[in-house]
Design a protein around this ligand. Structure first.
Ligand SMILES: [Zn+2]
Length: 61
């Protein structure tokens, strides 16, 4: 459970001198990667919610 991240969660590159954290699970190599990662995640989340709204029908288990 305490897996140490060795590469950036966004670009997959190695870390430099600084790391940027998004929660405990995602480490980004730069502020730029962090912003892009957050944008991509927000987009995914919006699509996921849209998808959920479309398919979630509580009448079937
Ligand atoms: Zn990166």
């Amino acid at each position: 459970m305490t897996e140490e991240k060795k590469v950036c969660s966004y670009c997959g590159g190695p870390f430099g001198l600084t790391r940027h954290y998004v929660s405990f699970r995602h480490h980004l190599c730069s502020e730029k990667c962090k912003q892009q990662f957050l944008e991509a995640r927000a987009r995914d989340f919006a699509e996921y919610r849209q998808w959920c709204g479309r398919v979630s029908r509580p009448d079937r288990n």
